[in-house]
Design a binder for this molecule. Structure first.
Ligand code: 5CA
Length: 158
């Protein structure tokens, strides 16, 4: 089965950047961290949740890449973002990333996004991230995530 156009876009970006990672698109949903973990057979903590927030004063997008085992507390992010933040609405998410909620990848967005990486993800050797659709994922080396995304590593454990 060929990849859908959004999943293929992420495969192309990975290839262009020289990563030897393969996007897998399944029939079953990998929309949530729990579904993705069940689908690929890993711990929920090894799933990268890609959450888009929005700065309340700047309006800018902020991407939080957190372990599927953690819940993000917005009050902790504001100390790094230097402003209050709120969860972005689905339209804003699509506008700034080019992808829909449930399939937001860690890279390949329409515009560069200020990014934070949960240090808990770096406790694993391999992690799985969404690849552009709620049915597409890819496995990667956790240690590559900060460089791949330009993200700042911060503590986010709940
Ligand atoms: N494909 C999976 C794992 S690879 C995935 O993308 N998981 S996720 O956690 O990154 O994306 C789903 C998350 O989107 C949910 O945890 C939830 O926090 C967020 N979300 C769901 N609905 C909305 C909504 N209406 N507005 C903003 N965020 C939402």
């Amino acid at each position: 089965m060929p990849l859908s156009s959004s999943a293929q876009r992420i495969q192309d970006v990975l290839n262009e950047l020289g990563y030897d990672y393969t996007v897998i698109e399944a029939e079953e949903s990998t929309r949530t961290a729990e579904e993705a973990a069940a689908r690929v057979g890993c711990e929920v903590g090894q799933i990268v949740k890609s959450l888009i927030f929005q700065g309340k004063s700047s309006g800018k997008a902020i991407l939080i890449l957190t372990s599927g085992a953690n819940r993000v507390d917005v009050n902790r992010i504001k100390a790094y973002a230097n402003e209050k933040i709120r969860r972005a609405d689905p339209e804003f998410v699509r506008e700034c990333t080019g992808f829909a909620i449930g399939g937001i990848p860690p890279l390949g967005h329409l515009n560069p996004i200020e990014t934070y990486v949960d240090e808990d993800l770096l406790r694993y050797e391999e992690i799985w991230a969404a690849a552009g659709t709620p049915k597409a994922v890819f496995k990667m080396q956790a240690s590559e995530l900060p460089k791949m995304t330009g993200g700042k590593v911060i503590p986010l454990s709940s």
